[in-house]
Design a protein around this ligand. Sequence first.
Ligand code: M6R
Length: 585
Amino acid sequence: MCGIFAYLGEKTNAGELILQGLTSLEYRGYDSWGVAIKKENSKLHVEKHPGKIGEATFPPFTASSGIGHTRWATHGGVTAANAHPHVSCNDEVVLVHNGIVENFEELKQNLQKAGHHFKSETDSEVIAHLLEEEMKNETDLKEVVLRVFRMLTGMSAIIVFFPGTNQFFAIKNGSPLVYSGTQSEQILASDAVALIPYTNNVFFLPDYELLEMNPHGARLYDETGTEKSLKTVTLEIDKSQVEKGAFAHFMIKEIHEQAAIVKQLTKKTDQIQNLATAIQKSNRFYFVGCGSAYYAALCGEYLFSKIAKIHANSSFGSEFSYHLDFIDNTSTVMAVSQSGETIDIISGLQKAREKGAHIMALVNVLGSTLYRTADSSFLLGAGPEKAVCSTKAFVAQITAIFLLAHTMAHTVDKGTKDLFNAAREITSILEREKSIQELAEKIVKSKNIFVLGRGISYPGALESALKIKEVCYIHAEGFAGGELKHGVIALIEKGTPVIIYNPEDETYEDSLSSAYEVKARGAYVIGISSKPNPVFDAYIEVKNCGEATIIPNVVIAQLLGYYLALAKNLDPDKPRNLAKSVTVK
Ligand code: M6R
């Protein structure tokens, strides 16, 4: 969701650098933006705008420090006034905030009584005024920030910029804040991706610790204000991974990376064995995820049952709190998440932890909240996923869960062989990309698209429909093939595109029957199978790779979604209203 980028260094074009930093965070999703810089020998300059950064340039002021923010509106509409940074009445405090101040109304009333004038409708602005108020009683700025942060309820990450002294303070109890410092410049950001153009050595700020960044360097304090040492980690990400390169969009670049990711994951069997050992010690096992990660979790239910003969339940992150009755200290809960920051998962997991469950995290972002707080974590290693819609992280999640199931079944060699076949099929589909583009152009005027699958192809159908609807805004639904006659079939009209997953497994004949049934009602049937059939109006071949066939099958829907978006002249990387990492409930 919101993005933060703060700069302090030798370069004198801070405004431009902050704008570049914010642009690298655009993928998180936002609806307005703002930058505040301290002009050399002069006052603060603040720019705030609704909408996207686009081609915006920053006035060529000489400035070596400042802070910027991209906002995804929660409290207060999308206006320039509600965009961050927020500035105190006396212009001495500049604030950016990610998260929600749950007690803002009460705090605001008290501040208004004390004479503070509010310029926005946001919850965040109270923090700037609280800081100004507290500075009347305390001169030590670190004390001021620590005290004010204690007054806030809810989960927040803030960076405070005091332009008068050129000091920045960062503190959080939720969304990440990351610091990097070289001899010539220091940066604070909400996402390590923004730091990669500068350095790979970064520091992830732990909850409730305070980081001070000033022209002499950085200092870290615990929550009592006692100084402690700051140890950086080295990120294994290179610049090419955060750039589009020769591709038109991040989405298509990330789709193309998937065959390599699948093969790469087969080398992580030792780490997967550790997860398997912990799961096998527990009595109950739960997967928890949201959106695409939930569909990967649902695939996990089928894979655990079929391959490992282990019972698993899967739940949406937002529903998991209502399933806690059976969780105890013999349970294992695995969070499946690209970002590792999804609040619906984090809050459900906190309750499971209180009941003694072992918490596992399958995440793609090093240093993320789930990665740091889980009892055992597995890093997917898919590299930064910058398109808002998940493609390669979803494929990495299924691949890891597939390998985990085979590890528990002691059939890793068979699993690895299936995955190499799946990777080969992804490559083969990408060689036929043009035909999927033509199919997209043929069905782009459709009002509805349906996807049917049985067995593990059912969660595959759900994920496929999500991929289509979120990037091209055509209504798409995934259904279990067997549900057709229980109501779904009423939706089929002449020409409605229906994608049928028809892999060569125990669902083969029944899925074919579904194809005939929708065809009889006029559907345009798109068959995805290893065998052609006269019932298919369009046929996309995917050779059988056992249970791993789901992986190339979903890649077809990713490509279809991508080309449908292009056919509608939409930007597939930035679907409307969506945020990459959903850090508010
Ligand atoms: O970062 P996470 O994997 O926890 O995110 C979960 C969902 O928000 C995410 O998968 C979302 O559904 C995407 N838009 C799917 O493309």
